[in-house]
Design a protein. Structure first.
Length: 306
């Protein structure tokens, strides 16, 4: 048994019985580089979960998820030197990067099968306070799908950059997003009575992340039970080994040895089982510490104000 944890624990879109047309729309992602494609898939998975948490209709969830899959399709035409640059973009490079929104919109509008989802590329970088792009729209002019995808997009961008393998310290990322629900002094903002992100959607994200942390804890708990069972088994073996060495009759020893060998798992021997047990015990301590940190993380998240 291996400890398993899926960071996003995504809702499988097959549950929506995607038809041939929708599969075509997903197929267009093959034109993206591997990193942008993975990001698009993550954003779509998270968008699905946000929509469900917001209790939106099944039809809208499918629509919004498709918009999310296609939100970065315009990056196909962004030069790799800019798209894959490690350092900060220059002002000129940033202006070029921003065009992926309008490029993606045009790509969708030129394909009859993609026209319904053009809102994904066009609106996912707009901010409620008017500081976003490409059109600097404000809250009343940004469609719901754009607001949802923006939250999912920024969350995945930060978590991917920080290479999270667990939700430990994820509260730092959520704090960044929570701050974006508050008004700030951004000179690009047209209105200063709201932030860049919709508070209700960020709250939904918090609930999704908390659910995922609880799921991660459950996964670790199951693995701890697995470790405990093997530690117990190896402890029992150690008792039997000690009894065996106290025996004087060689035939009795052989019977004990036969029983011991039947209790060993693959790769375990009389010579290494103590070391194997020590490895299980070390893994047990590490997982217990991780669970404690995850519970601490839950408390931190609950204190963040949106």
């Amino acid at each position: 048994m291996k400890e398993k944890f899926d960071f996003y624990s995504p809702t499988n879109l097959k549950s929506y019985n995607l038809n041939e047309s929708m599969r075509y729309q997903l197929g267009i992602l093959s034109t993206l580089d591997v990193f942008t494609r993975a990001h698009s898939e993550n954003v779509a998975h998270l968008t699905t979960k946000l929509c469900e948490r917001l209790h939106l209709s099944k039809q809208f969830i499918i629509y919004c998820t498709m918009c999310a899959y296609l939100h970065d399709i315009g990056k196909t035409f962004i030069p790799p030197s800019i798209l894959q640059k490690n350092g900060k973009l220059t002002d000129e490079e940033y202006e070029i990067m921003k065009t992926h929104t309008t490029i993606g919109y045009k790509m969708c509008m030129q394909d009859k099968k993609l026209i319904p989802y053009a809102a994904g590329p066009l609106y996912h970088h707009e901010g409620l306070d008017g500081s976003g792009y490409p059109n600097g729209l404000t809250k009343k002019d940004i469609p719901l799908e754009g607001k949802i995808i923006r939250v999912a997009d920024e969350y995945d961008a930060i978590t991917s950059k920080r290479q999270y393998k667990t939700h430990i310290d994820i509260s730092d990322t959520l704090q960044i997003l929570a701050n974006k629900t508050h008004p700030d002094d951004d000179p690009k903002a047209k209105i200063h009575t709201c932030g860049k992100m919709e508070p209700s959607i960020v709250k939904a994200l918090f609930k999704v992340v908390l659910e995922d942390i609880e799921y991660e804890i459950t996964c670790i708990d199951e693995y701890i039970d697995y470790l405990k069972s093997h530690i117990k088994r190896l402890n029992n073996i150690e008792k039997i080994v000690k009894e065996m060495y106290e025996l004087e009759d060689e035939r009795d020893k052989q019977e004990y040895l036969k029983s011991i060998n039947e209790m060993f798992e693959q790769g375990e021997t009389l010579e290494n089982y103590i070391n194997v047990r020590e490895e299980y015990e070390k893994a047990f301590v590490v997982r217990k510490e991780k669970i404690d940190k995850l519970y601490t993380e839950i408390e931190k998240i609950k204190k963040i104000k949106i």
